[in-house]
Every structure is written in C-alpha cells, then in structure tokens.
Design a protein around this ligand. Sequence first.
Ligand code: B4P
Length: 182
Amino acid sequence: MSNRLLFLGPPGAGKGTQAQLLAAERDLLHLSTGELLRAEVEAGTELGAEAQAVMARGELVSDALVLAIVRDRLISHDGGWLLDGFPRNLAQAEALSELLEELHQPIECVVLLQLDDGILLQRLLSRGRDDDNEAVISNRLEVYREQTAPLIAFYRQLGLIREVEAEGSVETVAKRVVDGLG
Ligand code: B4P
C-alpha cells in the first residue's frame, strides 16, 4: 500500500477533493499548498500578503516560499503523507526530490487526475472562490500547461504515474483512484 503520494492534475480536476478523502481513509497527512497559502492569507501574515496578489492573478507563488512551508511540515511529521498541488514546476519537483532523499522517504506513487478543459471551467466557475473567475482560470490553465504539465514526463520516467479519469461523481473518481493504487 502506497503511503507517500502526490496528486497531480490541472486546476479544478479535484485534487483537493480526492486527496482529502484518501488521506482520511488511509490516515495520511494531507498537505495542500493551496490550502496552506489560503490559511496564511486568512491569518493576515506577511507570507499571506505576499501570496495573495499572486494567487489572485492565477500565477504561482514563489518556489522558496512554498518549499519552506512543505519542508517544515514534512520534517516534523512521522508517518505517511499525501501532497496535493505541490510540486507545480520542475524546480519544486527537484527540490522535493532532494528533501525526500534527505528524509529517506521516496515518493511511492503519483496520481494524475485528467479532465477536459470545458469541465474544469464549469467546476471552478460553480465553486466561485476568489480566484475562480474566467480570466484567472484561463491563466491558471496556461500556467498548468507551461509549468506543471512537464512534471508528468518527469514522474513517468521514474515509473510513478497512475492516470485516473477525473470525470464523473466524486465517489466514482474516488473508486478509480483506489483501484489505480492497486
Ligand atoms: P489549489 O488550491 O491547488 O487549487 P486548484 O488546483 O484550483 O483545485 P483542485 O484541483 O484541488 O480542485 P478541487 O478538488 O478544489 O491552487 C490554488 C492557487 O494556489 C494556485 O493557482 C497558485 O496560485 C497557488 N499554489 C498552490 N500550490 C502552489 C505551489 N506548489 N506553488 C506555487 N503556487 C501554488 O475541485 C474543484 C471544484 O470541483 C470544487 O468545487 C469541487 O467541489 C468540485 N469537484 C471536485 N470533484 C468533482 C466531481 N467529481 N464532480 C463534480 N465536481 C467536483
């Protein structure tokens, strides 16, 4: 059973939704960089102020900032984990590999959620978070294609990718995720 997992996929594919379910079922630490950044914004910290404007444009927050957050959480945690929305570019993926080598905790599986742009757009528009308007979503999709999608080849080459079709109900997708993990 895989206890060290990444969830990868475009914005709105349901990474957060599925990661939360699986983490609860397997008692894993669920680390969502998006959630952690939104919590910093909410708490009005200096870090949150820095992240807020970047997130509102649909761009990626600085690697150094996100890495510091993840590093802190992983170093102080004993047990399995599930990373959701991180890494989001090659620099983050390489930094994560170094950190995990240091911790002797290699990734066991990368779940890739795949979904058509049309459905992504519908899901995000109906969620209606601050960064869920059409212009910002289209920028987030572009950032995904340019910066995050290259991670698919990066992890495929390591034999870690499990592709999951993310269309259908939350329960249907959850079952596919579990089946994909074997
Ligand atoms: P995230 O918080 O990661 O959000 P997301 O990619 O937009 O959504 P996700 O795929 O998790 O979809 P969800 O389950 O919520 O990122 C937000 C921002 O934070 C980024 O743009 C960036 O600025 C910043 N950020 C985060 N991580 C970063 C990093 N590592 N480096 C730099 N910047 C970073 O689902 C979406 C909606 O669909 C929900 O309303 C949900 O209820 C619904 N849904 C889910 N599954 C469904 C299903 N099967 N059927 C119908 N609806 C479904």
